[in-house]
Design a protein around this ligand. Structure first.
Ligand code: ZN
Length: 201
């Protein structure tokens, strides 16, 4: 378990934490756990998510077990810089959907003394690094990789397999369209899919 520093340091020292993993891996739950502890420590906390993610609720971060926390949807990463200065802890959920400027924003906030906690999908449904996540993982001070359970074999899952045929990178109302799979089951499934689509062609 990640044990965080919650005491107020003077002068303020910032850093970047990244929580990465597949869908259903508990990223948001872990983000909420850390943010709640920061709140208990009487720190000023702000949470942001991309405006694109409106699966459940306009203003609350909602994790899959309905353990929620207030958040602000923003159109771009530059808004986080404007709204988040003078804050002790900034949480960012669904970071993979943000623009490529997010790593620079997070570094600037951390350099100015803010603790920045980022949760996001490390890979898209094809198993490729997702949006600004690879850059964020590179510049982070602390990384936590969380895992779901493979729906085919019960091992730890690292991949988000899309169960419907659609080439769009982002599917809205997407929760039902994915299952978590381990590497080996993901590779098997991807091979089956390409064989099937060749038959259809
Ligand atoms: Zn598996």
């Amino acid at each position: 378990m990640f044990l965080e520093q919650t005491r107020k340091n003077l002068p303020k020292k910032g850093w970047i934490e990244v929580i990465a993993g597949s869908m259903f891996s508990g990223k948001t739950e872990e983000l909420i756990r850390r943010l709640k502890r920061a709140k208990i420590a009487k720190q000023q906390v702000e949470i942001f998510k991309p405006g694109i993610d409106q699966r459940y609720d306009e203003t609350n971060i909602v994790s899959h077990d309905s353990n929620w926390i207030q958040s602000t949807p923003v159109p771009s990463s530059s808004n986080i810089l404007l709204l988040g200065h003078e804050v002790d802890v900034i949480g960012i959920d669904e970071a993979q959907f943000f623009d490529d400027n997010l790593p620079a924003v997070c570094e600037q906030l951390a350099n100015n003394g803010t603790r920045v906690i980022i949760a996001g999908l490390d890979m898209d449904y094809l198993g490729k690094p997702f949006g600004p996540m690879p850059h964020l993982l590179a510049v982070a001070d602390y990384i936590t990789k969380v895992h779901a359970i493979c729906m085919h074999c019960g091992d730890l899952a690292t991949h988000s397999h899309r169960t419907v045929e659609d080439d769009a990178l982002v599917l809205l109302g997407e929760k039902e369209s994915y299952i978590p799979l381990c590497r080996s089951c993901f590779v098997k499934q991807t091979k089956n899919n390409s064989v099937n689509s060749q038959h259809h062609a």
